[in-house]
Design a binder for this molecule. Structure first.
Ligand SMILES: *Cc1c(COP(=O)(O)O)cnc(C)c1O
Length: 411
């Protein structure tokens, strides 16, 4: 690292003057926590009693046989509480909030998964909780909004701009400025102004620490390749950190290819040539933006990968050639999902299925004594509407129609 909070030329903390003291306080609390072994101990203990850690490493025997190449191992972050690696981040930040003596948390959410995770954490710690969400996302993601509210959070529907994630982020910063004394902003991934990328990567590093031990025990060797999907980049950084210094382990990040990299309708900042350097949302990275710096509309079948920016840590690792970037299309994702369900009895999240696509493309060409690891960032139950729609399942349509009819006036 050159300057604090920078990874190569990427990262930084581009924050409004009014937040200066808050960030100073947060930096201090974070640095103290990192130096205090008791903090990490408390974190590991919390995750083992509340969120199923250590999560297992599963040998995907049937898929390995099907492709006839290297042995495929799956790191089961889908078995976390609330169904994804997001729990690692929010529970870690919850402990930090407790240390700072604050009593209220806020968060932004697009698809709602980070909102549900934050609302869960707030309930567990007894914090007041407000979640900002674009009006359009509130309409599209009713089940998640329902759970956030039932978990005790207040969901604010943001009516500005495009009424989606980036407007929710702006609104969260606006809120934070007015309530700095008692409020912490729980950022959802390894992005945003320093110390968030560093801090979230630290909490997620628990994945890599566990998996390094597990793969040596199960496969008798280090993996030749490690695969993870990349939205903001937190599950990828989490697992990659276990192997950064093992140069013989190739690290592969898979972005959302949407309708294809040539279509202009994707969310690939690093694997496509559409990303360009910029500063937005408090940090510098590769963004999907036009020549005026206006953010583009991105697309992915997986809501969690549909983001204009990417972690400064990953931009740096890509630039240095330490992480290879690929993209998977929506169509490829549905095929990989189908095969994984049938062969292994595991329902991957649409996000995680992006990493599977790349594994399936490459694994057959690797020798059988090789092992590869894929990070199953989350489970797919949350995606039932999208998956049923994509498979064009007729009985599902009828079910939805009948459910709708139950709520018609007069019934
Ligand atoms: C949110 C989410 C992602 C994307 O976030 P990263 O910060 O890139 O990890 C990936 N997978 C699942 C299951 C998610 O819920």
């Amino acid at each position: 690292m050159t300057k604090k909070g920078y990874y190569g030329e990427w990262g930084g903390a581009f924050i409004p003057e009014v937040l200066y003291e808050t960030f100073k306080e947060l930096n201090l609390a974070y640095e103290q926590a990192r130096r205090d072994p008791l903090f990490w101990e408390e974190y590991v203990d919390l995750m083992s009693t509340y969120s199923c850690r250590p999560t297992p490493l599963t040998f995907a025997e049937n898929l390995s046989r099907h492709f006839g190449g290297a042995r495929i191992f799956i790191k089961r972050e889908d078995l976390n509480h609330t169904g994804a690696h997001k729990a690692n981040n929010v529970m870690g930040q919850g402990l930090l909030v407790k240390r700072m003596g604050k009593t209220r948390v806020i968060a932004e959410t697009g698809a709602g998964q980070h909102g549900v995770a934050t609302a869960t954490m707030a309930a567990k710690f007894g914090f007041e909780c407000t979640i900002y969400m674009g009006e359009e996302d509130v309409e599209r993601q009713r089940p998640n909004v329902f759970w956030m509210e039932k978990l005790g959070a207040k969901v604010v529907s943001v009516k500005d701009g495009s009424r989606t994630l980036k407007d929710a982020i702006n609104e969260s910063f606006r809120d934070w400025v007015t309530r700095m004394d008692d409020t912490h902003y729980v950022l959802g991934t390894v992005c945003g102004p320093h110390p968030f990328p560093s801090m979230v990567a630290w909490f997620q590093s628990i994945i890599g620490m566990e998996v390094r031990k597990q793969i040596v025990k199960s496969a008798g060797r280090l993996p030749s390749r490690v695969y993870a999907c990349v939205g903001g980049g937190s599950n990828a950084m989490g697992i990659f950190q276990g192997f950064l210094d093992d140069l013989e382990v190739e690290l592969v990040g898979v972005e959302a290819g949407g309708y294809g990299l040539d279509s202009g309708r994707h969310a690939s900042r690093l694997a496509s040539s559409d990303g360009s350097p910029g500063v937005a949302q408090g940090y510098m990275t590769m963004f999907l933006q036009n020549s005026d710096g206006q953010m583009l509309d991105t697309h992915s079948v997986a809501a969690g990968l549909d983001y204009i920016g990417v972690s400064p840590l990953l931009t740096d690792l890509a630039e240095r050639g330490r992480v290879r970037f690929e993209a998977a299309t929506d169509k490829e994702v549905m095929e990989a999902l189908d095969l994984t369900m049938k062969k292994e009895g595991i329902i991957p999240a649409l996000e995680s299925a992006h990493a599977l696509v790349q594994v399936f493309k490459e694994v057959g060409g690797l020798p059988p004594d090789d092992a590869i690891v894929i990070n199953m960032s989350g489970r797919g139950d949350k995606d039932i509407f999208t998956i049923a729609h994509a498979f064009d399942d007729p009985s599902w349509k009828e079910f939805i129609r009948n459910k709708g009819a139950e709520y018609e006036v007069g019934k």
